[in-house]
Design a protein around this ligand. Structure first.
Ligand SMILES: [Zn+2]
Length: 881
């Protein structure tokens, strides 16, 4: 949290001439003209450093969440440049997708035009933030010079057997009228984008074989120690690897059928008291007895409209019915009944599970609801043989009621029961994943066309690479009705089979936009390549991204897809790296105050609130709740970045955002704190102005400081003020440098800048030139990544060489940090008995020796060794006789 007391009091602002709008505009123009943010050539000997923000969807307006994201990345890019790295810091647009298509339908405008207009606007808005972006590398995924290569990469995956078409039960979004990948349906079964309850449909769709990489995606998470633990855990859970066994249950009889189940608990096999099939499992109709057929049909109708999430969610009772059949438990030969139930899915695992109520909570609830037997086979540690507390025991224990396996631990039994079953032919060790293949087909217009031609003789034939791009037809009628608009483009649809030359039809599905964003970081490494999506040499030079910055909402979607893509392209020989993002920072949200009427749930705009001291609804007079929530239109709590820049300038906006909270924490907007940062910059202005115009009122006082002059050597005989100032300067270098390495702590870095400016205030006139120049030069360099315009202006005023942003990052002089001596308190049995002067950097052992040798010790210990010595370095030594 911010300690507002640490914001310096600016005093009266009468002499301030700090005009941020004028100087920021001037520097932005100059930087652009000089191309100062251009990426150095790949051949340079500097260490490459790739700093990347997750690129935005071009909605047309920049919001404060964007500002936070891009300012964080910009500070990192600027610091690394000053540290001597060759920095790649690009920006682009994730520009395909439904909002453009929906806007086009509403406004009757071409989605391409709408998108390009938005990009123009947002580029201009970004330009005002003073971001050191290399705009010569800009990419927009909806432009054919980009999506041509998305298609090219699709063909790579297709040829590598990683893209395929299949009939499947898929998630259908009835509002956006398209299918969705599993990752795009939330825990409540709603679309990530439209919020609609997702329906299940049977459709022929394109998939990417991400499951081939399940192990690699999971195992390599361990190497991503520069990622937040939370994101790694979310990905691991999503991939959901479970180790267990497949077990075959036979129906017995003359023509036995085998039903295979997967279980992570083969140790509980003797406790299986029923078996459940998915209602649409292929064996249900065959096994179902005559008298159960009507019930099975009725049950299937009942659950037809439920989403996967609704069927499997933990918080609602599971429904099921018996189908009048039995199978044999292979472990003990006992018959158990076969049921169908909503929570078992045909396309997950084998579509069949064994029910072990004694050792599984879901099975326990199901068994109790349907009066099925509960058979305990693992003894609850510390209890009698029978655990009767009315719930499932899912922990470890010793095997009981399990024939030859009794007495083993259940972990041992997992192995031995599987091994025994393997020998007998009814069990196999097996690893299973929660991760499904990635469904990339979308039945919408504004996306990258899938480069496939369907031929009645040859099937799905890839478009030859030399014919790419398959251009999206433009200026078409988007009514929003009647399926994919591409299905109605007869001219576009008609094509010829690249294989046999017969007339054929184009694929009308477009790609999930997450495909376009799964490789854009590779294109930035080689943005103008017209032969390939990127040259391996360029990609290998810049990748992996050393610091990626973006929202936690992409923890599974984009970040998992991008990792998969990188690994797949590595295996196709296109790039050497196998993880795209070395370090990941997920910035917190930007929140601001909201007023909500708890009775109606309605949000009231702050300027409509009656009596902010005791906020009330303007219509009803009811009392309002006051909360901090993520900025959004619907909550009337957005703060427009442009308005803040108009009032205070971009440097103040940047400083506030960086200072108000650590980067990964949520940030609460506070106008007073914005004002505080503005005053701090004004104070710096006066400080620098004071030393550049004249260092003293008196004509005989020191001359203005200039950094372009040959200075005398730093004198050896520093005054007390000079020593103190040098210590403050080098302490700041050390502290700010640490805050900008590893765990990025911009907020404390800015606090250090404030401390330094306090230490310099009022002292600069008393310093000799070498000391004063060092101090002011360091202050400006440390400020440069945070407030780039103001620092550049200071550098100009100080006659510094070139641009401040091309100066080396300062390094601290350890000698300057040394405090010569300090006063050490000596206690005897906790009572103050005297003090001695000791070297300030003395370690614990030295302090103990000095204390024992002191006159104080001699007097109070009377020559005896103390029983105990407690040393608090820098403070005291306590002698306990
Ligand atoms: Zn053909």
């Amino acid at each position: 949290m911010t300690d507002s007391s640490s914001i310096p009091n600016p005093g009266s602002a009468d002499t301030s001439r700090y005009d941020p709008l004028e100087l920021e505009g001037r520097w932005q123009t100059l930087w652009r003209q000089k191309g100062i943010d251009r990426t150095p050539q790949s051949s340079s000997t500097q260490k490459p450093f790739y700093a990347l923000s997750m690129f935005p969807y071009p909605s047309g307006s920049l919001h404060m969440g964007h500002v936070r994201n891009y300012v964080i990345t910009d500070v990192i890019a600027r610091v690394q440049r000053m540290r001597g790295d060759a920095v790649l810091h690009p920006m682009g647009w994730d520009a395909f997708g439904l909002p453009a298509e929906n806007a086009a339908i509403e406004r009757n405008i071409d989605p391409g035009l709408w998108t390009d207009r938005n990009i123009e606007q947002m580029r201009a808005q970004l330009g005002r933030l003073g971001l050191s972006i290399d705009w010569s590398r800009e990419q927009a995924t909806c432009h054919s010079d980009y999506y041509r290569w998305t298609q090219w990469l699709f063909l790579e995956l297709f040829e590598g057997g990683l893209a395929y078409q299949q009939d499947a039960t898929v998630n259908w979004d009835p509002i956006d009228k398209t299918v969705l990948a599993n990752e795009q349906v939330d825990a409540e079964g709603r679309s990530w984008r439209s919020g609609a309850l997702v329906e299940q449909r049977q459709l022929r769709q394109w998939f990417l074989r991400i499951t081939d990489y399940a192990d690699a995606l999971l195992d390599d998470l361990d190497r991503l120690d520069g990622w937040p633990e939370r994101v790694r855990t979310m990905q691991a859970n999503w991939i959901g690897r479970s180790r267990g066994a497949e077990i075959d249950f036979s129906t017995g009889g003359d023509q036995p059928q085998t039903i295979t189940v997967f279980t992570t608990r083969p140790d509980t096999l003797f406790g299986a008291s029923y078996l459940v099939l998915a209602p649409d499992h292929q064996l249900v109709d065959q096994l179902c007895s005559l008298e159960h057929q009507d019930q099975v049909t009725a049950f299937r109708d009942l659950i037809a409209d439920l989403s996967t999430q609704e069927r499997t969610s933990d918080d609602r009772p599971k429904r099921g019915i018996p189908i009048g059949a039995e199978v044999i438990n292979p472990a003990n030969g006992e018959p158990i009944p076969v049921w169908i139930a909503d929570y078992v899915l045909a396309d997950y695992g084998t579509g069949a599970v064994m029910g072990v109520p004694a050792h599984d909570e879901r099975d326990f609830l199901f068994a109790r609801r349907h009066e099925l037997p509960v058979r305990q086979v693992i003894q609850v540690p510390g209890t009698d043989e029978h655990n009767s507390d009315g719930q499932a025991w899912t922990g470890p224990g010793v095997m009981i009621h399990s024939g030859p396996f009794d007495g083993l631990t259940n972990e041992e039994a997992k192995q031995t029961i599987t091994a025994t079953g393997a020998e007998a032919g009814w069990a196999r060790a097996k690893v299973q994943y929660r991760l499904r293949d990635w469904l990339i087909s979308r039945q919408r217009y504004w996306g990258c066309p899938i480069p496939i031609i369907h031929c009645s003789s040859c099937g799905a034939v890839p478009v030859p690479r030399e014919d790419l791009p398959v251009e999206l037809p433009r200026n078409i009628d988007l009514s929003g009705k009647g399926g994919s608009p591409l299905l109605q483009q007869e001219d576009w649809l008609q094509s010829f089979c690249p294989n046999c030359g017969n007339s054929a039809r184009r694929e009308t599905d477009t790609m999930d936009t997450f495909m376009c964003s799964s490789w854009y970081f590779l294109r930035f490494a080689d943005p103008n390549n017209t032969e390939l999506p990127f040259a391996a040499e360029a990609a290998n030079h810049w990748l992996p991204v050393q610091q990626y910055v973006g929202g936690i909402e992409h923890a599974i979607l984009h970040l998992l897809y991008a990792r998969f893509f990188t690994k797949a392209l590595r295996d196709r020989g296109l790039v050497d790296v196998d993880e795209p993002f070395e370090r990941l920072l997920t910035q917190g949200m930007v929140q601001s105050i909201t007023y909500r009427n708890p009775a109606t749930g309605r949000y009231v705009a702050p300027d409509h609130v009656v009596d902010p001291g005791d906020p009330r609804d303007p219509d009803s007079g009811e009392s309002l709740e006051v909360l901090f929530e993520k900025m959004s239109k619907s909550k009337h709590n957005g703060v427009d970045p442009a308005a803040v820049i108009d009032r205070y300038g971009a440097d103040t906006a940047r400083m506030f955002i960086l200072f108000k909270a650590p980067p990964e924490k949520d940030l609460e907007w506070d106008d007073a704190d914005v004002e505080g940062q503005f005053r701090f910059l004004q104070r710096l202005w006066r400080l620098v102005d004071g030393v550049t115009s004249a260092r003293s009122q008196s004509p005989s006082g020191p001359a203005p400081l200039r950094l372009d002059q040959q200075l005398p050597e730093r004198p050896a005989d520093l005054s007390e003020t000079e020593t103190t100032v040098r210590r403050a300067v080098h302490t700041a270098i050390q502290a700010v440098s640490e805050d900008l390495s590893g765990e990025l702590q911009f907020n404390t870095a800015i606090s250090e800048l404030m401390k330094l400016s306090n230490a310099l205030s009022g002292n600069l006139d008393d310093l000799r030139e070498p000391i004063a120049c060092e101090a002011i030069s360091v202050l400006v360099r440390l400020l440069a990544p945070f407030a780039p315009h103001l620092a550049e202006e200071f550098w100009l005023q100080l006659q510094g060489d070139g641009s401040i942003h091309q100066q080396p990052w300062p390094s601290h002089d350890p000698e300057a940090l040394v405090l010569d001596t300090i006063e050490l308190v000596i206690q005897v049995k906790g009572k103050l008995r005297g003090t001695i002067q000791v070297p300030a950097d003395a370690d614990k052992h030295t302090l103990e020796q000095l204390a024992l040798a002191s006159e104080v010790a001699e007097k109070w210990l009377e020559g005896k060794a103390p029983r105990r010595v407690i040393v608090v370095p820098g403070k005291l030594v306590n002698l306990v006789p």
